[in-house]
Design a protein around this ligand. Structure first.
Ligand SMILES: NC(=O)CC(=O)C(=O)O
Length: 310
């Protein structure tokens, strides 16, 4: 079995109740859904310039994730193309008619899973977006989210990147449900914006999923920290899925991660190609919310986070 599975060292109390640890990937499918729990697999894949190879590699790993018992499988930001301003136009596709969406739909259906399709560069009329699609076990697209905060930064001696030279920003929060679990979507740089996560929390989300690709400047400092912050502040699970670290162009930090509502990292990849599995139980959100009731304790008479009126 090619899959690398991390042995999860978990919080003593929660280990017993909620988190299963895995030594291998020979899982039974019976464990795929129980109450508010499910097995998730985050696919941290190598990505190169050949779109067809990227898609074939994803199909292969999605199948293995299903064999490992995953009910929800998630891919990284730009899993089908290199990540870079000069590549977005060349690789852009219509959604849902392009080859990447066709593959995602088929893979979700063939494996009967929920599939968070990482992101692809999307073309709509004359505009390009960085877009995440989500597919249900019948192969239907059930959500489409466009990166809302474009990655425009300039760190002398570090990294300069200007997504807005090529992309337009999305303007909508997007959620989807698996049974009674509500899940919010963001993409990479969106992780840094606490108000977005808070709005999802206020809408009832218990899990936020961010395909992402931090880099060798910001990754070591911020990748783990922002995810733990979003999870802790909003008392929910956070998944972030990176491409594996390449050697040329934009070098991704890797370290795809699952964080629980305590702000504790319960699974994390290294930097190479790897699948991480984790059984999560969303009931843990309510427990934390009851034990540390910060939401009813907020002083909304003094401050508040609300959706802007359009
Ligand atoms: N690539 C991004 O969108 C974000 C990132 O790398 C960072 O915030 O750092």
């Amino acid at each position: 079995m090619l899959l690398t599975v991390r042995y999860l060292k978990c919080y003593k109390h929660y280990l017993a109740q909620h988190i299963k640890s895995f030594a291998n990937a020979n899982f039974s499918t019976q464990a795929t859904m129980m109450n508010k729990g499910f097995r998730a697999a985050l696919l941290q894949l190598n990505v190169g310039k050949d779109r067809t190879s990227n898609l074939e590699n994803a199909v292969d790993h999605i199948k293995k994730a299903k064999e490992g018992g995953a009910k929800l499988v998630a891919l990284s930001e730009c899993f089908n193309s290199p990540y870079g301003v000069k590549f977005f136009n060349e690789y852009a596709e219509n959604i849902p008619d392009g080859p990447s969406c066709k593959m995602l739909s088929k893979a979700a259906k063939d494996n009967s899973i929920y599939l968070v399709g990482g992101t692809i560069p999307e073309r709509e009329d004359s505009k390009l977006f960085n877009t995440c699609t989500v597919w249900n076990p019948d192969g239907e697209m059930i959500a489409k989210y466009r990166k809302m905060h474009l990655f425009d930064i300039d760190i002398p001696g570090g990294i300069t990147f200007k997504e807005s030279d090529a992309l337009s920003a999305g303007n909508e929060l997007v959620t989807f449900c698996i049974d009674d679990i509500k899940i919010g979507l963001g993409i990479c740089y969106d992780l840094r914006f606490e108000e977005l996560a808070k709005l999802y929390r206020l809408q009832g989300c218990e899990l936020l999923i961010y395909p992402g690709a931090f880099n060798m400047t910001t990754g070591p400092l911020h990748w783990e920290l922002v995810q733990r912050s979003r999870a802790l502040d909003n008392q929910l699970f956070v998944f972030a899925i990176s491409p594996a670290r390449g050697e040329q162009g934009y070098i991704a930090w890797g370290h795809s991660q699952i964080t629980n509502p305590w702000g504790k990292v319960i699974a994390q990849a290294g930097h190479a190609e790897e699948t991480i599995f984790c059984d999560i139980d969303l009931a843990q959100c309510n427990e934390v919310r009851q034990q540390i009731p910060i939401y009813p304790q907020r002083r909304t008479d003094i401050y508040n986070t609300v959706l802007a009126k359009k």
